[in-house]
Design a protein around this ligand. Structure first.
Ligand code: AMP
Ligand code: MN
Ligand code: MN
Ligand code: MN
Length: 283
């Protein structure tokens, strides 16, 4: 990757059509660059397939690029996302693990379709499939887009709130990767493991404490302090957590789409003071 200088604009969490984003990797790169991002990471869910196109596009634009991935993990019966940054995109062990993680999505998507049919909305599985560019990566987001476009719900937010959010009637819980395996894959691929958007998880304080401890013991080194889904209060909260547990701090918009994402690429506040940025781990 291109070596970044101090004071640069980083965005280290984003998605393309290779997972549940709506722009191709090269178009995410162009949008990041246009928005002033100087060091960008593409972090598609459970998939590294977009990284060669992303790296090439970033290189042509003269923008720093960090190869990344966002891995779906089940920990304490809930889903946690771990971002691997500065990974070797071609690492065989990592890619085998990701392929195994993706494998359960096909059946899950069919079962989500059945649940939605039972709720009076037939045809959602068939409807969602064409929204997924990558047939191995049908996600809840693709269902949600179909359901909005077909008039079943007014917007993405309400689809999740009514049907698809964790624990809602059409959310089919599955066992993703274990935290242990996920960390092994990221570290073996030379990456830095970052706990994504901690503000999203519905753990108790006790469970969070255990999660941070286990994550750190397994070689996890950073948490997202600035995340597209975090409130300004959560920036402060997770800055405190990072200092308390000795984590490096990461920042990323979690951009998926120009019309859906609350925060656009590069449109993030700077990291709060007294934190060590995650990029010190590789630059
Ligand atoms: P999946 O990997 O199929 O479980 O889908 C997870 C994706 O759904 C996340 O990466 C988000 O893009 C999206 N998502 C999850 N929860 C919500 C929510 N409450 N509102 C909007 N999008 C969500
Ligand atoms: Mn997503
Ligand atoms: Mn996520
Ligand atoms: Mn994400």
């Amino acid at each position: 990757m291109n070596a970044p200088a101090a004071g640069q604009v980083y965005d280290l969490h984003s998605h393309s059509t290779v997972s549940d984003g709506v722009l191709r990797p090269a178009d995410v790169a162009a949008r990041a660059h246009r928005n002033g991002v100087q060091v960008w990471a593409l972090t598609d869910h459970d998939e590294t397939g977009g990284l060669p196109e992303a790296a090439e596009a970033a290189s042509v634009l003269g923008m720093g690029f960090v190869p990344g991935v966002e891995i779906s993990v089940t920990w304490a019966s809930r889903t946690v996302h771990v971002v691997g940054l500065n990974i070797d995109p071609g690492h065989a062990g990592l890619n085998a693990g990701l392929a195994a993680t993706r494998a359960c999505r096909a059946e899950r998507a069919q079962r989500m379709g059945q649940r939605l049919a039972e709720l009076g909305m037939p045809g959602c599985y068939e409807g969602a499939l064409p929204y997924a560019d990558n047939p191995e990566l049908v996600s809840r987001t693709h269902f949600a887009r179909y359901m909005v476009d077909s008039g079943l719900c007014p917007d993405l937010r309400s689809v999740f709130n009514r049907y698809l959010a964790d624990g809602m009637p059409a959310d089919v819980p599955i066992r993703w990767a274990s935290l242990e395996d996920c960390m092994t894959w990221i570290l073996a691929a030379g990456g830095v493991a970052v706990l994504a958007h901690p503000g999203r998880y519905k753990y108790s304080e006790l469970e969070f404490d255990a999660l941070y401890g286990v994550f750190r013991d397994l070689g996890g080194s950073a948490i997202e302090v600035i995340a597209g889904g975090h409130t300004p209060e959560q920036y402060v909260e997770y800055a405190h957590i990072a200092r308390h547990y000795g984590f490096l701090a990461s920042t990323g918009s979690d951009f998926h789409s120009p019309t859906e994402s609350r925060v656009d690429l590069g449109q993030l506040p700077p990291l709060p003071p007294m934190l060590t940025p995650v990029w010190t781990a590789w630059s």
